[in-house]
Design a protein around this ligand. Structure first.
Ligand code: UGA
Length: 348
């Protein structure tokens, strides 16, 4: 099998590439603007990497859609701060550029695996979100946070319609707060404050001995899913035994790993302060509360609770997540402690 992965250096792309090369005989053709997370994949005989941009390298993309069996357009902006600050960039990349790839899959009759998102459910009040039943509930237009959710939702609908009217073979998958090594860059640049997702944001703050900020009290909850669990499910979706996963949508998340943002902060801080590698830290982050309008801006609105139903993935794929929250956080923190921990306490 030949797999085309656009955004192969991203959090999902690089972990998938590594697993594919280790466990299968599939070929990967990968495009990305950077290669810093690709490690040993680079140089592997079944890994064909090209540095490039989805909005520029159109001919390369068309040629490789034609050449490959399965297409995964993983390029997207996925950080809430950017939804609020640069909504148009989110629309242009996450919707417009990806739509072109969808259309190429239709043109050449290729199977499309598209990363939808847990965010499409928005503020849905259901106890568990179900792929074909839950309502997708978004806030008003002046809350720009929803541009990501709306862009992904519309693309889900367009893909679905291409399946319905033109026979496009596709599977949509919805990651629920996947975490793990190489999630986002842990940065010591205060300019990039808020530019990563919550777990990496908190790790950055711990590394800087800066306050961990709980937005609006931190009582909102998420279900955190360890990357290895998510990739295990994705591998089965790529494999698509007996072609029975075509035309389906799958939540990929861990409903047992639900925690408030406040609990997350406390857990990470405890793990960090108790780790022998942080012995040189004479000062540690405090946990403080901030208003969302100050942290993100007026265009932000939050999701209080977001729990996936994974009944469909269990039944059709035979998949269940295995890694509990504490282990997932520990493995994630371990990776950043090993690769990015400042050796002197930062002076600010
Ligand atoms: C994320 C992103 O939209 C996408 O990465 C993705 O599609 C999706 O969810 C997912 O991974 O399932 P969200 O969970 O809201 O959305 O994003 P985070 O930045 O990880 O924030 C989680 C929660 O922590 C939010 O309530 C946010 O307000 C809070 N937070 C974040 C803080 O309290 N402090 C911070 O410093 C950062």
């Amino acid at each position: 099998m030949r797999l085309l992965v656009l955004g192969v250096n991203g959090f999902i792309g690089n972990a998938l590439a590594e697993r594919v090369l280790n466990e299968t005989d599939w070929e990967i053709y990968g495009l990305d603007i950077r290669a810093d997370k690709l490690g040993e994949c680079l140089g592997h005989e079944r890994f064909h990497y090209v540095e490039g941009d989805i909005s520029i390298n159109r001919e390369w993309i068309e040629y490789h859609v034609k050449k490959c069996d399965v297409v995964m357009p993983l390029v997207a902006i996925a950080t809430p701060m950017t939804y609020v600050r640069e909504p148009l960039r989110v629309f242009e990349l996450d919707f417009e550029e990806n739509l072109k790839v969808v259309r190429l899959c239709v043109k050449y009759g290729k199977r499309l695996l598209f990363p939808s998102t847990s965010e499409v459910y928005g503020m849905c009040p259901d106890i568990e979100f179900k792929e074909d039943e839950s309502h997708l509930v978004l806030g008003p237009i002046n809350k720009q946070r929803w541009i990501y959710s709306a862009s992904k939702q519309l693309l889900d609908r367009v893909i679905w319609a291409y399946g319905f009217q033109h026979g496009l073979k596709f599977t949509l998958f919805r990651p629920f707060n996947w975490i793990g090594p190489k999630l986002d860059e842990v940065t010591t640049d205060p300019e990039k404050e808020g530019s990563s997702r919550v777990v990496t944001q908190f790790i950055s703050s711990l590394f800087l001995a800066e306050p961990i900020r709980l937005v609006d009290g931190g009582l909102q909850k998420r279900c955190f899913t360890y990357i290895d669990d998510g990739i295990a499910c994705l591998m089965k979706i790529v494999e698509n035994k007996d072609e029975k996963l075509n035309g389906q949508i799958f939540n990929i998340g861990n409903p047992r790993n639900e925690a408030t943002v406040k609990e997350l902060a406390t857990k990470l801080k405890t793990m960090f302060t108790n780790d022998p590698r942080t012995g040189h830290f004479t000062k540690h982050s405090e946990i403080i509360e901030v208003f969302s309008k100050d942290f993100y801006g007026e265009g932000y609105q939050d999701i209080d609770r977001r729990v996936p139903s994974i009944a469909r993935a269990k039944e059709m794929i035979g998949w269940e997540p295995k890694v509990d929250l504490d282990t997932a956080l520990k493995k994630t923190l371990d990776y950043y402690l090993a690769t990015s921990l400042p050796q002197t306490l930062p002076v600010i």
